[in-house]
Design a protein. Structure first.
Length: 283
């Protein structure tokens, strides 16, 4: 009788400790599935409104021309870090600069990046929209055109960051994408997509390898995070096949991590300068 009572008491203690020890599991996306993952990680999603003014001139004696272009685009991003009173947001490099890819050729077809007679002056304003509907102005901290990855820095956003995965995606496994395609976004309605990881490929010879997923992609999806079942970033969409937008190419987790690490090193060295710039920008 005493032995049974002791055994029952020990069992109750173990059950209690297990429950207490796993109380944090309520927030575990892996334990409760993709719906909980989305509810949790959408708080780290950022919709980006980009306003650009481009001054373009050709100084060659045979073809003098000038262009001034104003336009607005929308993109996606995710909070991936905080440093004191600043927040870091990951997106695509072609969101941060029109010099990446061949975007300028949509406006001026004969422009060539390799032609030194062209002079391009680019001014950009980045407005970040967070999960709560708050707006922040941001500036470019670091970018890598070869992987189409960029880090924006802004005033502190009181929302959690998303962890960058250190493990490679598994071919055939399901992954999730939080994005604002075509600018479709509202603090109460944030689009969620899913697809499978297909492998890696090089989009162009001057680019690094990209992850490929079967995730629907449109303009505005650029920079949007792709998450594994643990809620970690395994990639960020940067492009899709024209005419077949159910396959997307994404900056890899390692590429995002390297640009993020270099950004943190930059802040470590020049934090006061960037803090002052952000303070002035957000007045």
């Amino acid at each position: 009788m005493i032995t049974n009572a002791v055994a029952k008491f020990v069992l109750l203690i173990v059950m209690f400790l297990t429950f207490v020890g796993c109380s944090s599991c309520v927030n575990s996306s892996y334990l409760f599935g993709p719906s909980n993952l989305f509810r949790d990680k959408r708080r780290s999603f950022i919709k980006i409104d980009v306003y650009k003014n481009i001054l373009l001139s050709n100084t060659s004696s045979t073809s003098e021309e000038e262009h001034e272009i104003d336009f607005r685009t929308t993109a996606s991003g995710a909070i991936i870090g905080h440093d004191r009173e600043l927040t870091l947001v990951a997106t695509s490099a072609h969101v941060c600069s029109i010099r990446t890819k061949s975007q300028i050729n949509y406006f001026v077809p004969n422009y060539s990046n390799s032609d030194s007679s062209w002079i391009l002056v680019e001014k950009s304003n980045f407005i970040l929209n967070d999960y709560k509907g708050n707006l922040y102005k941001a500036i470019v901290l670091k970018q890598d055109p070869t992987s189409d990855s960029c880090i924006l820095v802004t005033a502190a956003i009181s929302l959690p960051k998303i962890k960058i995965s250190r493990g490679k995606p598994l071919i055939g496994a399901r992954y999730y994408n939080i994005a604002a395609p075509m600018g479709i976004w509202d603090p109460k309605v944030i689009p969620l997509f899913e697809g499978f990881y297909l492998g890696t490929m090089r989009v162009r010879n001057d680019r690094k390898y990209s992850h490929v997923f079967s995730i629907p992609t449109k303009g505005g999806s650029s920079g949007s995070p792709i998450l594994n079942k643990y809620g970690e970033v395994v990639g960020a969409i940067h492009s899709a096949y024209a005419g077949f937008e159910n396959l997307c190419m994404a900056t890899t987790h390692n590429q995002i991590y390297m640009v993020y690490r270099n950004s943190m090193q930059k802040l470590l060295k020049d934090y006061t300068k960037y803090k002052l710039i952000i303070d002035i920008t957000n007045i």
